[in-house]
Design a protein around this ligand. Structure first.
Ligand code: ADP
Ligand code: MG
Length: 262
């Protein structure tokens, strides 16, 4: 573990947008919190969907990920509580969009998050997640440099595998240059539609290629999952009996199990 004082850190990444990173960040984190774990979710996407999805208005965020990256706030001071017990959030403030540009001229720009984690003095979490932006940008590089593992979410559609090679290459390069202990946590298939032949075919292909790196359980396409953010709550607080809520609870258990055996 890179940061004993903070906890094991998993970046949820894929440079493609709309593949379920944010939905997984919110609902996996909330499921683990419901399973009695203390969890921190870090919103590293300037769009702030993890922040708003947890009922926090981005306009009201005083210090968030941006301030922590710029060294203007301590991580422990910027973490806030959410309506979900045991789930804490480092919110994305509006100015995170500018961080990418501002960071370019900074020294050690790839390791700003890593430094903030190293300086952290506060309670340790059972699990820390970072919701990454949909790009292999400096923000994502910061996330991967500061994490123990990376979880990739993959939507089961025709172009699912495209871009994955590029992502794996980036992970390899970051491992070589910036974070030798970074490991692949797993690949989670999202928006799976069992009645759709293409979805089933993509799932088979991904499993054939990546084997046990792929989560045994998958997340089905479920309208409750797309509705929940508009209520500012994880899906289990919107409709706990929905297929989406149940699927994330099962994946949370698989996540814990994988962490134990790895
Ligand atoms: P990303 O963070 O990778 O851009 P999101 O998690 O925001 O992706 O998902 C993209 C869109 O798809 C969102 O509108 C979200 O609500 C919806 N969505 C994500 N997962 C599911 C799912 N399993 N079933 C139905 N809709 C989903
Ligand atoms: Mg997102």
């Amino acid at each position: 573990m890179k940061h004993q004082g903070l906890g094991p850190i998993t970046a949820i990444a894929n440079q493609k947008g709309g593949v379920g990173k944010t939905t997984t960040s919110i609902n996996l984190a909330a499921s683990l919190a419901a399973l009695e774990k203390r969890v921190l979710l870090i919103d590293l996407d300037p769009q702030g969907n993890s922040t708003s999805g947890l009922g926090v208005n981005q306009n009201t965020v005083r210090s968030g990920t941006y301030d922590v990256l710029m060294g203007d706030a301590q991580l422990s001071d910027a973490i806030i509580a959410t309506d979900c017990e045991r789930l804490l959030l480092l919110p994305a403030s509006m100015d995170l969009a500018g961080a990418e540009i501002e960071l370019v001229s900074e020294l050690g720009r790839e390791l700003r998050l890593e430094q903030a984690f190293a300086a952290y003095k506060g309670e340790a979490f059972d699990y820390v997640f970072i919701d990454c932006p949909p790009a292999l940008s400096l923000l994502t590089v910061n996330a991967l440099s500061a994490s123990d593992h990376v979880m990739v979410t993959l939507q089961t559609e025709f172009y699912a595998m495209e871009g994955l090679t590029q992502l794996m290459d980036s992970i390899r390069r970051i491992k070589q240059a910036l974070n030798s202990s970074l490991t692949m946590e797993g690949i989670l298939l999202t928006m799976v539609d069992g009645r759709n032949r293409l979805s089933t075919q993509v799932e088979e292909d991904v499993r054939a290629y990546f084997g046990s790196q792929v989560y045994a359980n998958t997340i089905p396409r479920n309208v409750r999952l797309s509705e929940a953010p508009s209520f500012g709550v994880p899906v289990m607080y919107h409709d706990v009996r929905s297929k989406g809520a149940q699927a994330y609870l099962v994946v949370a258990q698989e996540f814990m199990h994988r962490r134990e055996i790895q």
